[in-house]
Ligand binder design. Structure first.
Ligand code: SAM
Length: 226
């Protein structure tokens, strides 16, 4: 399978050098909004018994899901082994798999829900969605979350200024240099919301819905399988 541009960014961005600082970085860089967004994702799937956290990274969302839904089982899956190692060191009660979102190593209709936080822009969305729908049970819920390029002009200016600041900081925080330098272009170019909505509607998913968050800097797409 040819690698998507986002796949190449993910391989470059998430490394053994920055895996241990990821949790602190994402909380600080989003001014704590990461926690708010993750709670909103988790609220959508609180009745699910078996959940897949796609692109789980260091397991922040997997842990939130387990707290919100303490009767459920959460599986984590990620491309980067080094990130899974951090997740494993924090919690050894979450089954973790090293695999790619575009070819899931699970049987059909295995999960009540699939959630993915900051993952869509790194994936080949049509292949990723095909796989999510295959592993979801009937009536299963798919929740996709990621950053978005703000639509309002003044917010865009603030957003761009923030990335200028991050690029300056990248001279000091070397392990995050590639991310700070390239993430804004990736977000600006990504059409993940519209692509996902179109694919989900075309595949006959029910009540496909998108909510925009934090001044249009992030979005959550939710869809239900018939
Ligand atoms: C920004 S991190 C987010 C981690 C976690 N979801 C969170 O919210 O904290 C993005 C993660 O997605 C993973 N990833 C990116 N593309 C992927 C793919 N095609 N398949 C599986 N994991 C992927 C990366 O390895 C990385 O750990």
């Amino acid at each position: 399978m040819p690698l998507h541009k986002g796949n190449l960014s993910a391989l470059k961005f998430f490394t053994a050098e920055n895996a241990n600082s990821y949790d602190r970085l994402v909380n600080a860089a989003t001014f704590g909004q990461d926690n708010v967004w993750k709670k909103q994702i988790a609220n959508n799937v609180k009745k699910s018994k078996i959940i897949l956290d796609l692109g789980c990274g260091t397991g922040i969302l997997s842990t939130t899901l387990q707290k919100v839904n303490n009767l459920g089982v959460v599986y984590g899956l990620d491309l980067k082994f080094e990130y899974l190692q951090v997740a494993l060191a924090k919690r050894n009660d979450i089954p973790l798999l090293n695999a790619t979102a575009e070819a899931l190593p699970f049987k059909d209709e295995a999960f009540d829900s699939v959630v993915a936080s900051y993952v869509p822009k790194y994936t080949h969305v049509d292949k990723m969605i095909d796989e999510c729908l295959r592993v979801l049970k009937k009536k299963g819920i798919l929740v996709l979350h990621d950053f978005t390029y703000p639509a309002i002009r003044v917010i865009r200016m603030i957003w761009k200024s923030y990335f200028v600041l991050l690029k300056l900081i990248s001279n000091i925080v070397r392990s995050w240099k590639d991310v700070f330098i390239e993430l804004d272009y990736l977000i600006e170019e990504s059409r993940w919301v519209i692509e996902c909505m179109n694919i989900l509607n075309a595949k006959g998913m029910e009540s496909v819905n998108c909510t925009h968050h934090t001044l249009g800097t992030a979005a959550i797409v939710v869809a239900h399988k018939k």
